[in-house]
Design a protein around this ligand. Structure first.
Ligand SMILES: Nc1ncnc2c1ncn2[C@@H]1O[C@H](COP(=O)(O)OP(=O)(O)OP(=O)(O)O)[C@@H](O)[C@H]1O
Ligand SMILES: [Mg+2]
Length: 372
């Protein structure tokens, strides 16, 4: 898959610009705060259905305008497609594919496939569980619609179950019946979500190790450990959905009194996490900045590889400020690994790419873009 062009209108600091991209490496370069990440963010709207910087729709609209829009044309194995993402000040948005309005985000996500790397993704290695879940959920959702639907339903059910727990005093009569129905649906979704995540991580880390090993001449090896209320000693145990279901049923029934007191669900797939180990030690605590960045990057390369295995073609790689903090050997490895894929990459330091021929270079200054 490759991105042919993208037209930005009133998006962040970009008033209007029609980009056309090469099938290979595209470099956006310029000083800080000029509008490089804005382009990556605008394109990735089509990958995840929202801003990866957690901005609300109205923050994406150019300061003095009422609405903004980004339109893209991309080519997949079948045809060229056009998609549009339009946002308004009242936080609403409209999305289209080939002229037809798409109402549900679950139908919007998964059309244009992209892998994003941004500096914030170091948090996958070093921060809270939510960052790792977001990574997993957005990677898997792009290639698996049933997962995305289960995830959305699970989120809704947890909200409903928590509301029921909080409102126990007012609904004592119907509490038990409603709780049983909600908990059973939740257990079904959670059993499936945990199974898919465990299988995905297992595949991901076998690829991550290949990349890390090549990047570091065999010095670094990463592993993960799945952390969940239903996890045993081996990740493979989570591949069995029926077993997961039994365990989740137990979890949703055993602590109800405690849950009523705290007014929230103790267990569920929304609390899953995984620990990353580098050479046997917790990477969050022991890995250096460069090592953490290398793991996050290897995870992104692996995400792209799995996406290609599932859909038959590489996604578009959007790499925001990816090379800083990497030494020369690691930089060289990353660029050589990406040579046969479409990459849109940002940098403040043009020299990072001095060895690369045939790249399309776009100079960025104050929301204006110049092909050089
Ligand atoms: N809604 C908006 N309206 C107008 N300008 C905006 C809006 N949102 C952000 N900006 C501007 O966009 C610029 C930041 O753009 P961006 O994040 O793309 O910078 P960058 O080139 O990636 O910089 P860095 O190298 O520091 O990462 C800032 O000047 C900011 O004021
Ligand atoms: Mg930036």
């Amino acid at each position: 898959m490759y991105l042919d062009c993208a037209v930005f209108e009133n998006y962040r600091n970009i008033e209007h610009f029609p980009f056309s991209f090469d099938k290979g490496i595209n470099i956006l370069y310029g000083k800080n705060a000029q509008g490089k990440t804005n382009v990556i963010e605008g394109i990735y709207l089509f990958g995840s259905g929202k801003s990866f910087r957690h901005a609300r729709e109205k923050d994406l609209i150019k300061a003095d305008k009422n609405h903004a829009q980004v339109s893209i044309a991309y080519v997949d194995s079948v045809r060229e497609n056009k998609m549009t993402y339009r946002m308004f000040r009242d936080l609403s948005k409209e999305t289209f594919k080939n002229g037809i309005k798409i109402g549900r985000m679950s139908s919007f996500i998964g059309n244009f496939k992209a892998v994003l790397f941004c500096p914030e993704h170091l948090s996958i290695v070093k921060d809270e569980p939510a960052q790792r879940r977001t990574f997993l959920d957005s990677a898997i959702s792009q290639i698996n619609r049933s997962y995305l639907s289960a995830l959305m339903e699970h989120k809704k059910l947890i909200e409903q179950r928590n509301a029921l727990l909080k409102g126990y005093e007012k609904q004592k009569d119907s509490f038990a019946v409603t709780m049983e129905i909600l908990s059973e649906k939740l257990a079904q979704d959670a059993a499936y979500i945990t199974e898919v995540r465990a299988k995905y991580l297992t595949k991901l880390f076998s690829l991550v190790n290949g990349y890390l090993s090549e990047m570091t001449e065999g010095h670094e090896k990463a592993e993960f450990c799945y952390l969940s209320h239903i996890a045993g000693n081996e990740t493979e145990e989570l591949f069995d959905r029926e077993e997961n279901l039994k365990r989740y049923r137990r979890i949703f029934s055993k602590d109800i009194q405690k849950e009523i007191i705290i007014g929230s669900s103790i267990g569920g797939a929304h609390r899953d996490d995984f620990e990353i180990k580098l050479n046997g030690m917790n990477a969050k605590i022991f890995a250096s900045q460069g090592q953490q960045r290398s793991i996050a990057l290897a995870m992104k390369l692996a995400e792209g590889e799995i996406s290609r295995e599932e859909s038959g073609e590489y996604p578009v790689f959007l790499l925001d400020d990816v090379l800083s903090e990497l030494d020369r050997d690691r930089k060289h490895y990353v660029l050589s690994e990406l040579h046969d894929r479409q990459v849109i990459i940002t940098t403040c330091d043009e020299n990072d790419f001095s060895g690369i021929n045939n790249a399309l270079k776009i100079y960025v200054e104050n929301g204006n873009y110049e092909y050089r």
